[in-house]
Write a protein that binds this ligand. Structure first.
Ligand code: HEM
Length: 221
């Protein structure tokens, strides 16, 4: 089933990007956090524009995917709340290829799945920087208590559309492309370091999801 494959075959890239994100660091500074938000905006703004045009073509009745789930307004709200200014001078141009419905589904899986860490990350941002959803942590707060519903709705949409397509390989490759392009954009200097194990030549081999002790008991499904 596509969801199991996605989970298994992106798990190494998930662990790698998670290890680089500074949001769980108890010593994170507001400056570092602000830089991260600016960088995320530089990726999400062009990506969401592209996704919107593709979703309008492939699933014209699913505009909620673009409006209700948009992350850019949350990033902008956070940057305004923190008050250290926007620096959207650079926009990522190395985005995942979104030329087919299967590629769009794979990308959406990574982007929507990224909201699942929000509950843990929000707690850390509150404890370490004193930020809540109204004061600079709206992006990571994400869907808040609605997260299980939003994830389930998305999973049903993904399954429903992936099944008749029969292009699971392409969906998985695109999900990994999304991890890869985001990682390259956020952490270009870390990509070559030997301790960070990204897996970007995504042949379809199954990988067990590594246990992450810090996240035990956070399973949402
Ligand atoms: C510090 C950063 C992060 C943390 C703490 C985190 C944490 C989590 C947690 C707790 C889950 C739920 C796991 C479960 O239900 O078993 C999850 C799932 C997921 N995360 Fe992250 N995450 C982070 C960053 C990211 C990023 C940057 C991306 C992608 C761009 C991402 C993509 C996903 C995906 C796709 C899933 C769904 C896995 C599935 O199919 O069940 N995460 N993450």
């Amino acid at each position: 089933m596509i969801l199991q494959r996605l989970r298994a075959e992106t798990s190494r890239n998930h662990a790698a990007i998670e290890s680089l994100m500074p949001v769980l660091d108890p010593n994170i500074s507001l400056t570092t956090y602000n830089q991260l938000l600016n960088r995320l905006l530089g990726y999400y703004a062009p990506l969401e524009n592209l996704l919107r045009t593709k979703i309008e073509v492939y699933w014209p009745d699913q505009e909620y995917l673009c409006i209700e789930r948009a992350k850019v307004p949350l990033l902008e709200r956070d940057l305004r709340a923190i008050g250290k200014g926007f620096a959207l001078t650079e926009r990522c141009t190395n985005l995942p290829k979104l030329n087919t419905p299967a590629q769009v589904l794979g990308c959406l899986y990574a982007i929507e799945g990224a909201t699942l860490g929000g509950q843990i990350i929000s707690k850390h941002l509150l404890a370490n920087l004193g930020l809540g959803p109204e004061t600079g942590a709206a992006f990571f707060h994400g869907y808040g208590t609605n997260i299980a519903f939003q994830w389930q709705t998305f999973r049903l949409f993904l399954i429903k559309n992936a099944e008749p397509m029969n292009q699971d390989d392409e969906i998985v490759v695109s999900a990994n492309e999304t991890f890869k392009t985001l990682s390259l954009w956020l952490f270009p200097e870390s990509m070559d370091k030997s301790e960070v194990k990204f897996q970007f030549d995504t042949s379809s081999q199954f990988l067990a999801r590594p246990t992450c002790l810090a996240l035990e008991g956070t399973h949402i499904s």
